[in-house]
Design a protein around this ligand. Structure first.
Ligand SMILES: O=c1[nH]cnc2c1ncn2[C@@H]1O[C@H](CO)[C@@H](O)[C@H]1O
Ligand SMILES: [Zn+2]
Length: 432
Protein backbone atom coordinates (compact mmCIF):
# COMPACT_ATOMS: atom_id res chain seq x y z
CA UNK A 1 0.00 0.00 0.00
CA UNK A 2 1.28 3.45 -0.95
CA UNK A 3 1.24 6.55 1.28
CA UNK A 4 -0.23 9.12 -1.10
CA UNK A 5 -1.87 8.98 -4.52
CA UNK A 6 -2.53 12.17 -6.44
CA UNK A 7 -5.00 11.55 -9.26
CA UNK A 8 -6.73 13.46 -12.07
CA UNK A 9 -3.95 16.07 -12.14
CA UNK A 10 -2.20 17.76 -15.00
CA UNK A 11 1.24 16.29 -14.30
CA UNK A 12 4.07 18.63 -15.29
CA UNK A 13 6.90 16.16 -14.78
CA UNK A 14 9.76 18.40 -16.00
CA UNK A 15 11.26 15.08 -17.11
CA UNK A 16 12.23 15.50 -20.77
CA UNK A 17 11.61 11.80 -21.43
CA UNK A 18 8.11 11.78 -19.93
CA UNK A 19 6.74 15.23 -20.83
CA UNK A 20 3.36 16.31 -19.47
CA UNK A 21 0.51 13.95 -18.62
CA UNK A 22 -2.82 15.73 -19.08
CA UNK A 23 -4.81 13.57 -16.67
CA UNK A 24 -2.31 11.66 -14.62
CA UNK A 25 -1.49 9.98 -11.37
CA UNK A 26 1.48 10.23 -9.02
CA UNK A 27 2.10 7.56 -6.37
CA UNK A 28 4.25 8.27 -3.30
CA UNK A 29 5.68 5.76 -0.85
CA UNK A 30 8.41 6.06 1.78
CA UNK A 31 9.30 9.58 0.71
CA UNK A 32 9.79 8.66 -2.93
CA UNK A 33 7.85 8.72 -6.17
CA UNK A 34 7.09 5.08 -6.91
CA UNK A 35 4.84 5.42 -9.94
CA UNK A 36 3.79 8.02 -12.45
CA UNK A 37 1.31 7.56 -15.27
CA UNK A 38 -2.27 7.77 -16.39
CA UNK A 39 -3.70 5.29 -13.87
CA UNK A 40 -2.51 3.12 -10.98
CA UNK A 41 -3.63 -0.16 -9.46
CA UNK A 42 -2.22 0.95 -6.10
CA UNK A 43 -4.27 2.09 -3.13
CA UNK A 44 -3.09 4.55 -0.49
CA UNK A 45 -3.89 6.04 2.91
CA UNK A 46 -4.31 9.46 1.37
CA UNK A 47 -5.87 9.93 -2.04
CA UNK A 48 -5.88 13.47 -3.40
CA UNK A 49 -8.23 14.25 -6.26
CA UNK A 50 -6.38 17.01 -8.08
CA UNK A 51 -8.95 17.71 -10.79
CA UNK A 52 -8.46 21.23 -12.13
CA UNK A 53 -4.98 21.39 -10.63
CA UNK A 54 -1.39 20.95 -11.75
CA UNK A 55 1.06 18.77 -9.88
CA UNK A 56 4.66 19.74 -10.48
CA UNK A 57 8.07 19.54 -8.79
CA UNK A 58 8.41 21.83 -5.78
CA UNK A 59 10.31 25.04 -6.50
CA UNK A 60 13.93 25.41 -5.41
CA UNK A 61 15.15 28.73 -4.01
CA UNK A 62 18.93 28.62 -4.47
CA UNK A 63 19.81 31.83 -2.67
CA UNK A 64 18.21 33.36 0.37
CA UNK A 65 18.84 34.53 3.91
CA UNK A 66 15.70 33.12 5.53
CA UNK A 67 15.80 34.99 8.83
CA UNK A 68 15.91 38.30 6.96
CA UNK A 69 12.13 38.04 6.80
CA UNK A 70 12.45 40.08 10.03
CA UNK A 71 13.88 42.94 7.90
CA UNK A 72 11.08 42.85 5.32
CA UNK A 73 10.49 46.47 4.35
CA UNK A 74 12.98 47.71 6.94
CA UNK A 75 15.35 49.60 4.60
CA UNK A 76 14.16 50.14 1.04
CA UNK A 77 15.24 52.27 -1.89
CA UNK A 78 18.96 52.50 -1.05
CA UNK A 79 22.31 51.79 -2.72
CA UNK A 80 23.61 48.30 -1.93
CA UNK A 81 26.70 49.49 0.00
CA UNK A 82 24.68 51.97 2.05
CA UNK A 83 21.82 49.49 2.51
CA UNK A 84 24.16 46.77 3.77
CA UNK A 85 26.71 48.78 5.75
CA UNK A 86 24.53 51.55 7.25
CA UNK A 87 21.25 49.67 7.78
CA UNK A 88 21.38 45.88 7.54
CA UNK A 89 24.71 45.14 9.22
CA UNK A 90 24.06 47.42 12.24
CA UNK A 91 20.64 45.76 12.64
CA UNK A 92 22.17 42.28 12.26
CA UNK A 93 24.60 43.16 15.06
CA UNK A 94 21.57 43.11 17.40
CA UNK A 95 20.24 39.75 16.21
CA UNK A 96 19.83 36.98 18.75
CA UNK A 97 19.57 33.25 18.18
CA UNK A 98 15.89 33.45 19.11
CA UNK A 99 15.32 36.14 16.44
CA UNK A 100 16.89 33.94 13.79
CA UNK A 101 14.65 31.05 14.84
CA UNK A 102 11.51 33.23 14.62
CA UNK A 103 12.54 34.76 11.29
CA UNK A 104 13.53 31.41 9.79
CA UNK A 105 10.28 29.79 10.87
CA UNK A 106 8.35 32.63 9.27
CA UNK A 107 10.38 32.11 6.08
CA UNK A 108 9.62 28.37 6.12
CA UNK A 109 5.92 29.10 6.51
CA UNK A 110 6.02 31.55 3.62
CA UNK A 111 7.88 29.04 1.43
CA UNK A 112 5.45 26.21 2.20
CA UNK A 113 2.57 28.55 1.28
CA UNK A 114 4.18 29.66 -1.98
CA UNK A 115 5.36 26.29 -3.27
CA UNK A 116 9.05 26.27 -2.42
CA UNK A 117 10.16 22.86 -1.18
CA UNK A 118 13.90 23.43 -0.79
CA UNK A 119 16.21 26.37 -0.35
CA UNK A 120 19.86 27.37 0.04
CA UNK A 121 20.59 29.73 2.91
CA UNK A 122 23.57 31.67 4.21
CA UNK A 123 23.26 33.49 7.52
CA UNK A 124 24.14 33.54 11.23
CA UNK A 125 22.95 31.46 14.22
CA UNK A 126 22.38 28.75 11.66
CA UNK A 127 21.52 26.12 14.28
CA UNK A 128 18.26 28.05 14.59
CA UNK A 129 17.55 27.99 10.86
CA UNK A 130 18.33 24.27 10.87
CA UNK A 131 15.85 23.77 13.74
CA UNK A 132 13.22 25.70 11.78
CA UNK A 133 13.84 23.52 8.72
CA UNK A 134 13.56 20.43 10.87
CA UNK A 135 10.27 21.62 12.38
CA UNK A 136 8.75 22.78 9.10
CA UNK A 137 9.54 19.69 7.04
CA UNK A 138 11.30 21.57 4.24
CA UNK A 139 14.57 20.56 2.59
CA UNK A 140 17.55 22.95 2.77
CA UNK A 141 21.26 23.48 2.09
CA UNK A 142 22.48 25.67 4.93
CA UNK A 143 25.69 27.61 5.52
CA UNK A 144 27.07 29.90 8.21
CA UNK A 145 28.04 33.23 6.57
CA UNK A 146 31.79 33.90 6.81
CA UNK A 147 32.64 37.60 6.60
CA UNK A 148 36.37 37.95 7.21
CA UNK A 149 36.76 41.63 6.22
CA UNK A 150 40.59 41.24 6.22
CA UNK A 151 40.55 40.62 9.96
CA UNK A 152 42.49 37.42 10.55
CA UNK A 153 41.00 36.75 13.96
CA UNK A 154 37.43 37.26 12.74
CA UNK A 155 38.17 34.98 9.78
CA UNK A 156 39.46 32.24 12.08
CA UNK A 157 36.44 32.49 14.38
CA UNK A 158 33.96 32.54 11.52
CA UNK A 159 35.60 29.55 9.87
CA UNK A 160 35.60 27.64 13.15
CA UNK A 161 31.88 28.24 13.58
CA UNK A 162 31.25 27.41 9.89
CA UNK A 163 33.09 24.12 10.32
CA UNK A 164 31.25 23.26 13.53
CA UNK A 165 27.94 23.94 11.82
CA UNK A 166 28.81 21.90 8.71
CA UNK A 167 29.74 18.90 10.83
CA UNK A 168 26.87 19.21 13.32
CA UNK A 169 24.03 19.29 10.78
CA UNK A 170 25.23 17.42 7.67
CA UNK A 171 22.47 14.94 6.80
CA UNK A 172 20.19 15.99 9.68
CA UNK A 173 16.37 16.00 9.59
CA UNK A 174 16.34 12.54 7.98
CA UNK A 175 18.70 13.74 5.28
CA UNK A 176 16.68 16.86 4.39
CA UNK A 177 19.42 19.15 5.65
CA UNK A 178 22.72 19.49 3.83
CA UNK A 179 25.40 21.85 5.00
CA UNK A 180 27.79 24.05 3.03
CA UNK A 181 30.53 26.59 3.68
CA UNK A 182 29.33 30.17 3.13
CA UNK A 183 32.16 32.65 2.49
CA UNK A 184 30.23 35.89 1.94
CA UNK A 185 31.89 37.40 -1.17
CA UNK A 186 35.26 38.02 -2.88
CA UNK A 187 35.15 41.67 -1.78
CA UNK A 188 34.49 40.86 1.89
CA UNK A 189 36.89 37.89 2.18
CA UNK A 190 40.59 37.81 1.18
CA UNK A 191 41.92 35.36 -1.41
CA UNK A 192 43.98 33.62 1.29
CA UNK A 193 40.92 33.17 3.47
CA UNK A 194 38.82 31.91 0.56
CA UNK A 195 41.50 29.32 -0.23
CA UNK A 196 41.37 28.15 3.40
CA UNK A 197 37.59 27.85 3.27
CA UNK A 198 37.83 25.86 0.04
CA UNK A 199 40.26 23.47 1.72
CA UNK A 200 37.91 23.00 4.69
CA UNK A 201 35.02 22.28 2.31
CA UNK A 202 37.14 19.74 0.45
CA UNK A 203 38.03 17.98 3.70
CA UNK A 204 34.39 17.80 4.76
CA UNK A 205 32.99 16.95 1.33
CA UNK A 206 30.73 20.00 1.66
CA UNK A 207 29.70 22.52 -1.00
CA UNK A 208 30.39 26.27 -1.07
CA UNK A 209 27.85 29.09 -1.28
CA UNK A 210 29.14 32.59 -2.12
CA UNK A 211 27.98 35.94 -3.56
CA UNK A 212 29.90 36.72 -6.78
CA UNK A 213 30.06 39.98 -8.77
CA UNK A 214 26.76 41.32 -7.54
CA UNK A 215 27.78 44.94 -8.12
CA UNK A 216 30.02 46.98 -10.36
CA UNK A 217 31.66 48.27 -7.17
CA UNK A 218 32.84 44.71 -6.46
CA UNK A 219 34.26 44.41 -9.97
CA UNK A 220 36.18 47.70 -9.63
CA UNK A 221 37.46 46.85 -6.14
CA UNK A 222 38.69 43.46 -7.34
CA UNK A 223 40.47 44.96 -10.36
CA UNK A 224 42.21 47.41 -8.08
CA UNK A 225 43.19 44.83 -5.44
CA UNK A 226 44.11 41.88 -7.65
CA UNK A 227 44.23 43.24 -11.20
CA UNK A 228 41.48 40.78 -12.15
CA UNK A 229 37.79 40.20 -11.50
CA UNK A 230 36.25 37.94 -8.85
CA UNK A 231 35.72 35.02 -11.23
CA UNK A 232 39.36 34.89 -12.28
CA UNK A 233 40.62 35.42 -8.73
CA UNK A 234 38.43 32.53 -7.50
CA UNK A 235 39.47 30.38 -10.44
CA UNK A 236 43.17 31.06 -9.80
CA UNK A 237 42.93 29.90 -6.17
CA UNK A 238 41.20 26.67 -7.25
CA UNK A 239 37.89 27.65 -5.67
CA UNK A 240 35.54 26.60 -8.47
CA UNK A 241 33.88 23.26 -9.16
CA UNK A 242 30.40 21.74 -9.44
CA UNK A 243 30.13 21.96 -5.65
CA UNK A 244 30.08 25.79 -5.82
CA UNK A 245 26.86 27.81 -5.73
CA UNK A 246 27.52 31.38 -6.88
CA UNK A 247 24.78 33.91 -6.21
CA UNK A 248 24.08 36.91 -8.47
CA UNK A 249 26.93 36.76 -11.08
CA UNK A 250 25.78 40.07 -12.55
CA UNK A 251 29.00 41.71 -13.74
CA UNK A 252 30.40 38.88 -15.87
CA UNK A 253 32.49 39.12 -19.03
CA UNK A 254 32.18 36.50 -21.79
CA UNK A 255 35.44 35.02 -20.47
CA UNK A 256 33.96 34.73 -16.98
CA UNK A 257 30.95 32.86 -18.36
CA UNK A 258 33.34 30.42 -20.02
CA UNK A 259 35.16 29.84 -16.70
CA UNK A 260 31.84 29.17 -14.90
CA UNK A 261 30.77 26.75 -17.63
CA UNK A 262 34.08 24.93 -17.75
CA UNK A 263 34.22 24.50 -13.98
CA UNK A 264 30.57 23.45 -13.69
CA UNK A 265 29.77 26.27 -11.25
CA UNK A 266 26.06 26.63 -10.36
CA UNK A 267 24.69 30.15 -10.66
CA UNK A 268 21.78 31.48 -8.61
CA UNK A 269 20.06 34.30 -10.48
CA UNK A 270 18.15 36.74 -8.24
CA UNK A 271 16.42 39.15 -10.63
CA UNK A 272 14.20 40.95 -8.12
CA UNK A 273 17.03 41.68 -5.68
CA UNK A 274 19.24 42.81 -8.57
CA UNK A 275 16.50 45.12 -9.85
CA UNK A 276 15.56 46.48 -6.41
CA UNK A 277 19.15 47.26 -5.44
CA UNK A 278 19.86 48.34 -9.05
CA UNK A 279 22.85 46.00 -9.08
CA UNK A 280 22.58 45.40 -12.82
CA UNK A 281 21.36 42.72 -15.24
CA UNK A 282 23.02 39.32 -15.05
CA UNK A 283 23.81 37.88 -18.53
CA UNK A 284 21.41 35.00 -17.99
CA UNK A 285 20.45 34.50 -21.62
CA UNK A 286 24.12 34.10 -22.55
CA UNK A 287 24.86 31.84 -19.60
CA UNK A 288 21.98 29.51 -20.47
CA UNK A 289 22.97 29.54 -24.14
CA UNK A 290 26.52 28.50 -23.24
CA UNK A 291 25.30 25.73 -20.94
CA UNK A 292 25.89 27.23 -17.48
CA UNK A 293 23.51 25.78 -14.84
CA UNK A 294 21.44 28.86 -13.89
CA UNK A 295 18.82 28.50 -11.15
CA UNK A 296 16.63 31.04 -9.33
CA UNK A 297 16.82 32.65 -5.90
CA UNK A 298 14.91 35.36 -4.10
CA UNK A 299 17.77 36.65 -1.91
CA UNK A 300 16.71 37.85 1.55
CA UNK A 301 13.44 39.62 2.30
CA UNK A 302 15.23 42.92 2.84
CA UNK A 303 15.92 43.10 -0.90
CA UNK A 304 12.92 41.44 -2.55
CA UNK A 305 10.66 41.70 -0.33
CA UNK A 306 9.14 38.21 -0.29
CA UNK A 307 10.11 34.60 -0.96
CA UNK A 308 7.65 33.93 -3.79
CA UNK A 309 9.48 32.05 -6.55
CA UNK A 310 6.49 32.43 -8.89
CA UNK A 311 7.19 36.17 -8.89
CA UNK A 312 10.87 35.44 -9.43
CA UNK A 313 10.08 33.25 -12.46
CA UNK A 314 7.96 35.92 -14.10
CA UNK A 315 10.51 38.63 -13.36
CA UNK A 316 13.36 36.52 -14.79
CA UNK A 317 11.41 35.89 -17.98
CA UNK A 318 10.49 39.55 -18.44
CA UNK A 319 13.87 41.01 -17.47
CA UNK A 320 15.82 38.98 -20.01
CA UNK A 321 13.35 39.57 -22.81
CA UNK A 322 13.67 43.28 -22.16
CA UNK A 323 17.44 43.35 -21.67
CA UNK A 324 18.10 41.35 -24.86
CA UNK A 325 15.28 43.05 -26.84
CA UNK A 326 14.25 39.49 -27.65
CA UNK A 327 10.77 38.29 -26.70
CA UNK A 328 11.78 34.67 -27.44
CA UNK A 329 14.44 34.76 -24.69
CA UNK A 330 13.70 32.66 -21.57
CA UNK A 331 10.41 31.05 -22.63
CA UNK A 332 8.10 29.77 -19.87
CA UNK A 333 9.27 26.17 -19.90
CA UNK A 334 12.90 27.16 -19.62
CA UNK A 335 12.15 29.41 -16.65
CA UNK A 336 10.27 26.55 -14.96
CA UNK A 337 13.32 24.41 -15.55
CA UNK A 338 15.51 27.01 -13.83
CA UNK A 339 13.22 26.98 -10.78
CA UNK A 340 13.04 23.17 -10.55
CA UNK A 341 15.56 20.98 -12.41
CA UNK A 342 18.44 23.47 -12.39
CA UNK A 343 17.85 24.37 -8.74
CA UNK A 344 17.89 20.71 -7.70
CA UNK A 345 21.11 20.21 -9.65
CA UNK A 346 22.66 23.22 -7.92
CA UNK A 347 21.81 21.78 -4.49
CA UNK A 348 22.70 18.22 -5.49
CA UNK A 349 19.35 16.81 -4.38
CA UNK A 350 17.37 14.03 -6.08
CA UNK A 351 14.45 16.35 -6.69
CA UNK A 352 13.34 18.90 -9.30
CA UNK A 353 11.54 16.37 -11.50
CA UNK A 354 8.56 14.08 -11.07
CA UNK A 355 10.09 10.75 -11.95
CA UNK A 356 9.98 7.26 -10.46
CA UNK A 357 12.69 6.84 -7.83
CA UNK A 358 13.08 10.58 -7.16
CA UNK A 359 12.35 12.11 -3.78
CA UNK A 360 8.72 13.15 -3.41
CA UNK A 361 9.00 16.96 -3.31
CA UNK A 362 6.06 18.41 -5.21
CA UNK A 363 3.33 21.01 -5.19
CA UNK A 364 -0.26 21.14 -6.38
CA UNK A 365 -1.29 24.40 -8.01
CA UNK A 366 -4.97 25.32 -8.10
CA UNK A 367 -5.88 26.36 -11.64
CA UNK A 368 -9.57 27.05 -11.01
CA UNK A 369 -9.05 30.77 -10.50
CA UNK A 370 -10.26 33.81 -12.42
CA UNK A 371 -6.71 34.91 -13.26
CA UNK A 372 -5.90 31.41 -14.58
CA UNK A 373 -8.92 31.12 -16.88
CA UNK A 374 -8.97 30.05 -19.69
CA UNK A 375 -5.94 27.76 -19.85
CA UNK A 376 -4.33 27.00 -23.20
CA UNK A 377 -0.85 26.34 -21.93
CA UNK A 378 0.03 25.29 -18.39
CA UNK A 379 3.70 26.43 -18.33
CA UNK A 380 2.61 29.85 -19.59
CA UNK A 381 0.13 30.21 -16.72
CA UNK A 382 2.60 29.04 -14.11
CA UNK A 383 5.17 31.63 -15.16
CA UNK A 384 3.09 34.59 -16.33
CA UNK A 385 -0.26 34.40 -14.52
CA UNK A 386 0.03 32.36 -11.33
CA UNK A 387 1.38 33.41 -7.94
CA UNK A 388 2.61 31.59 -4.88
CA UNK A 389 -0.81 31.94 -3.29
CA UNK A 390 -2.26 29.60 -5.94
CA UNK A 391 -0.37 26.68 -4.39
CA UNK A 392 -2.89 24.53 -2.52
CA UNK A 393 -0.77 21.56 -1.43
CA UNK A 394 2.94 21.21 -0.66
CA UNK A 395 4.69 17.85 -0.20
CA UNK A 396 8.32 17.33 0.84
CA UNK A 397 10.02 13.95 1.25
CA UNK A 398 6.61 12.33 0.87
CA UNK A 399 5.11 14.30 3.74
CA UNK A 400 2.21 16.72 3.27
CA UNK A 401 3.24 20.10 4.72
CA UNK A 402 0.19 21.98 3.43
CA UNK A 403 -3.04 20.36 2.28
CA UNK A 404 -5.71 22.39 0.54
CA UNK A 405 -4.26 25.70 1.79
CA UNK A 406 -4.03 24.40 5.37
CA UNK A 407 -0.52 24.28 6.79
CA UNK A 408 -0.25 21.01 8.70
CA UNK A 409 3.21 21.31 10.24
CA UNK A 410 3.30 24.71 11.95
CA UNK A 411 0.93 26.80 14.05
CA UNK A 412 0.59 29.55 11.50
CA UNK A 413 -0.86 32.31 13.71
CA UNK A 414 1.76 31.68 16.39
CA UNK A 415 4.63 31.80 13.88
CA UNK A 416 3.35 35.12 12.51
CA UNK A 417 2.78 36.70 15.91
CA UNK A 418 6.14 35.65 17.29
CA UNK A 419 8.00 36.88 14.20
CA UNK A 420 6.19 40.21 14.38
CA UNK A 421 7.15 40.58 18.03
CA UNK A 422 10.78 39.56 17.43
CA UNK A 423 11.07 42.09 14.59
CA UNK A 424 9.58 44.94 16.64
CA UNK A 425 11.85 44.26 19.60
CA UNK A 426 14.89 43.93 17.34
CA UNK A 427 14.27 47.29 15.68
CA UNK A 428 13.68 48.88 19.10
CA UNK A 429 17.12 47.60 20.20
CA UNK A 430 18.73 48.95 17.03
CA UNK A 431 17.24 52.40 17.61
CA UNK A 432 17.98 52.59 21.33
O1 LIG B 1 22.37 40.98 -1.80
C1 LIG B 1 23.19 40.86 -0.90
N1 LIG B 1 24.50 41.15 -1.10
C2 LIG B 1 25.44 41.04 -0.15
N2 LIG B 1 25.16 40.63 1.08
C3 LIG B 1 23.88 40.32 1.35
C4 LIG B 1 22.87 40.41 0.41
N3 LIG B 1 21.70 40.03 0.99
C5 LIG B 1 22.02 39.73 2.26
N4 LIG B 1 23.32 39.90 2.48
C6 LIG B 1 24.09 39.70 3.72
O2 LIG B 1 24.82 38.49 3.64
C7 LIG B 1 25.15 38.10 4.97
C8 LIG B 1 24.89 36.63 5.13
O3 LIG B 1 26.07 35.93 5.07
C9 LIG B 1 24.28 38.95 5.89
O4 LIG B 1 25.06 39.94 6.49
C10 LIG B 1 23.27 39.52 4.94
O5 LIG B 1 22.71 40.75 5.37
ZN1 LIG C 1 22.37 37.33 -0.65
Amino acid sequence: MADIIIKNAYVLTMDPDAGDIKKGTVVIEDGKITEIGVKTKESADTVIDAKGSVVMPGLVNTHTHAAMTLFRGYADDLQLAEWLEKHIWPAEAQLTAEDVYRGSLLACLEMIRSGTTSFADMYFFMDETAKAVEASGLRASLSHGLIELWNEEKGENDLKEGKRFVRAWQGAAKGRIKTMYGPHAPNTCSDEFLAKVKEAARQDGAGLHIHVLETEAELLAMKERYGKCSVHMLDDIGFFGPDVLAAHCVWLSDGDIEVLREKGVNVSHNPISNMKLASGTAPVYKMLERGVNVSLGTDGCASNNNLDLFEEMKTAALLHKLSTCNPTALPARQVLQMATVNGAKALGTETGMLKTGMKADMIIVDMKKPHLTPCFDVPSHLVYSAGGSDVRTTIVDGKILMQDYRVMVLDEQKVIEEAQKAAEELVARVNS
